[in-house]
Ligand binder design. Structure first.
Ligand code: ADP
Ligand code: ZN
Length: 638
């Protein structure tokens, strides 16, 4: 059998056969024949492109993951390697850059940005660009022109979106611009579609892929452009398996392939803005909302002065706004990033609190299903009638609001209004989200109550009033990016208001109106907010001014875990520009029946943090009862 680098092969693995990729060819070195096994067969398809192999190696090295674990992400449709059976592969749609009847007329600032992107794509070499513009300024339409240019060159384009934004609305716009739908790649795509997309991407026939982060690992025959929309989104970080940040890896992929990458956002991350300031990224700005739609007016409601009534969570001012909006036949959106009815249930007689048996977390009441649920491990139990501790009847009280409880309050306030909850457990699949979005577009709903899934790119012309029920929620944890994330999220949520002809109003309920984040939202002053945040980060040498890595250790036996953590801490090599914080109990110190400890490694910008960690970890042997996870550039700190 003659094999070349990148060939897909089938090899024996224990008792099974698995798909592999030829990664290196043996030189003159003598190998022990007893340890060798034969390649069973070579698949009759194009080999994995060289740039893809380099990318897989790069990701494995950077994230300190096993090469095989990363390669597995690049072999996500093994069926596609088989020759087509009786059913032929459906031909990928024919994509063309010029669609007759595409009548969009760009504003001057849109034209300028589109021309600049076109030029960058024309240059056919690596460069990174930030496309910055408020929601509704036309970023999507503008980067579509970059996609069109890649098509004119006969190359492929990848558009990455946070999973939830892969909506019918986006696809309709794509279809309007290009005449056909793009190839889709996300968790809901069927195995048959997967196989088609994979094969089409590998052969080069599929020209545009729109997908979630895993679309980065497809075997593009000739990728000419990468776009990362909503680049600031935390969901670009994969939090299990290989811990990688899809936005950062998109930059790497573009760099290895020598092609441009466009990052788009209305609230760019601090990291990206830093790269712009350093001159590493180009910068394009869309200044105004399309067709002069105004940014909404933001009012901050101080909950200390204007408290909601007993057992209520909406202050009188917000209630009045909801009534007025409903009377004017317009739509309102209430935002609360908390699923279920109430985040905590306790007994009024004895004080008993319902806690998850497997996690250090309260159980959340879901009244619709009369169940208590753990939002960390999925544990679920029925809601008892008696207190399990003191057996009192009718003594259980719900504490605090979730979206279901807000819905109840709205129904009491506006009995005739039609309400809808948008949350990941209620509207779980893209299909359900699309249906909900359609109902909102067709004005079959008056008040929407939503968690963060509502913040993403949807465009609802009749939505004029937005209420943020609890602006302080995201600030409580105190992690590195709490302020930044709260700003991004609430800014995006606010941006849902007044996207049509009618102006929008936003109400933000908070107990801490003096905070920088809240002030920045009220003044719609993103850039000064980023400046203040950036100075704080610089002072504390946090990213983007320094580097971070986290070690998360978990195990069922708490004593053993602590012993090992202490031993590990003692072995830490000492350097001037590296600080090790911990071991400390993780914020969720008990999860899925495992105790959890964290180390945080803080290093100077120039430190090769992976090398440091490799050296450190090579001094110990992790017991099999303890799991160690390495998180380079951690985004979440739970
Ligand atoms: P963003 O991505 O910045 O939120 P979009 O690209 O989604 O903005 O544009 C918002 C809305 O305005 C979309 O419905 C889009 O089709 C429309 N739009 C943007 N630019 C124009 C234009 N020049 N002419 C007509 N409609 C436009
Ligand atoms: Zn749990």
């Amino acid at each position: 059998m003659s094999l070349a680098l990148g060939d897909y092969v089938s090899v024996p693995w224990g008792k099974k056969e698995v798909v592999g990729v030829v990664w290196a060819l043996a030189g003159d070195e003598e190998l022990d024949p007893a340890k060798l096994k034969s390649v069973q067969k070579k698949y009759d398809c194009a080999p994995m492109p060289e740039v893809q192999r380099h990318f897989v190696e790069w990701v494995a090295r950077y994230t300190m993951s096993d090469l095989g674990a990363v390669l597995k992400m690049a072999l996500s449709a093994p069926d596609a390697l088989q020759p087509p059976k009786k059913a032929r592969l459906s031909e990928p749609p024919c994509l063309i850059a010029e669609v007759p009847g595409n009548t969009l007329v760009f504003s001057a600032s849109q034209r300028q940005a589109a021309d600049a992107l076109k030029q960058i794509v024309d240059d056919q070499k690596y460069s990174a660009v930030l496309l910055d513009g408020v929601t509704g300024s036309g970023k999507t339409e503008v980067y579509f022109e970059a996609v069109a240019e890649a098509l004119r060159q006969g190359r492929q384009a990848l558009v990455l979106l946070p999973e939830i934004s892969l909506s019918a609305q986006f696809l309709e716009r794509f279809e309007r611009r290009f005449g056909v739908l793009p190839a889709l790649w996300h968790s809901e795509v069927t195995p048959a579609q997967r196989r088609n997309v994979w094969a089409g991407v590998a052969s080069g026939k599929t020209r545009v892929v729109v997908g979630a982060r895993s679309a980065l690992f497809l075997p593009y025959a000739d990728l000419g452009l990468v776009v990362v929309d909503e680049e600031h989104e935390a969901s670009y970080k994969q939090e299990d398996g290989v811990l990688y940040h899809a936005r950062d890896m998109a930059i790497v992929r573009a760099h290895l392939g020598g092609v441009p990458v466009v990052l788009a956002s209305a609230t760019p991350s601090l990291e990206t803005m830093h790269n712009v300031k350093q001159g590493k990224y180009h910068y394009l700005h869309l200044s105004a909302r399309h067709a002069g739609a105004k940014m909404p007016e933001v009012s901050v409601i101080d909950l200390r002065a204007k408290a909601p009534g007993r057992g209520q969570f909406l202050s009188p001012l917000l209630q009045k706004a909801l009534q007025e909006t409903f009377a004017a036949k317009e739509q309102s959106l209430l935002f609360l990033n908390r699923r279920g009815y109430a985040p905590l249930t306790l007994c009024r007689i004895c004080g008993y609190r319902f806690q998850c048996p497997s996690c250090a977390a309260w159980l959340v009441e879901h009244r619709k299903h009369t169940r208590l649920q753990c939002h960390h491990c999925g544990h679920s139990q029925s809601m008892p009638k008696h207190c399990p501790e003191c057996h009192a009847e009718g003594s259980l009280a719900a504490c605090g609001p979730g979206v279901e409880r807000i819905q109840e309050e709205v129904q009491n306030l506006l009995p005739d209004a039609r309400t809808l909850i948008l949350a990941s457990d209620v509207t779980a699949s893209p299909k359900m989200i699309n249906e909900a979005v359609r109902q909102i577009e067709d004005h079959e709903v008056d008040v929407i109550i939503g968690t963060q899934i509502i913040a993403k790119g949807h465009h609802f012309p009749s939505l004029t009033c937005v209420g943020v029920v609890d602006a302080d929620l995201g600030l409580a944890g105190g992690d590195l990016r709490a302020g930044e994330r709260t700003f991004q999220l609430l800014h995006q949520v606010s941006g849902r208001a007044g996207r049509g002809e009618k102006p929008g109003r936003v109400y933000i309920q908070t107990f801490m109106p003096e905070q920088t984040v809240i002030q920045a939202l009220a003044d719609n002053d993103r850039d000064s907010f980023l400046d203040v945040e950036s100075k704080e980060r610089e002072k504390s040498a946090m990213p983007p001014y320094g580097r971070l890595a986290a070690l998360i250790l978990s195990g069922a036996d708490e004593m053993k875990l602590d012993l090992f953590c202490r031993a590990l801490a003692q072995k830490a090599p000492r350097f001037d520009d590296i600080r090790i914080l911990g071991p400390a109990p993780a914020p969720i110190a008990f999860l899925r029946d495992k105790h959890r400890r964290r180390f945080l490694v803080k290093a100077g910008k120039s430190v090769a943090i992976q090398k440091f960690l490799t050296d450190w970890l090579s001094t110990v042997k992790v017991p099999s009862s303890i799991q160690l996870k390495i998180d380079i550039d951690p985004q979440s700190f739970f």
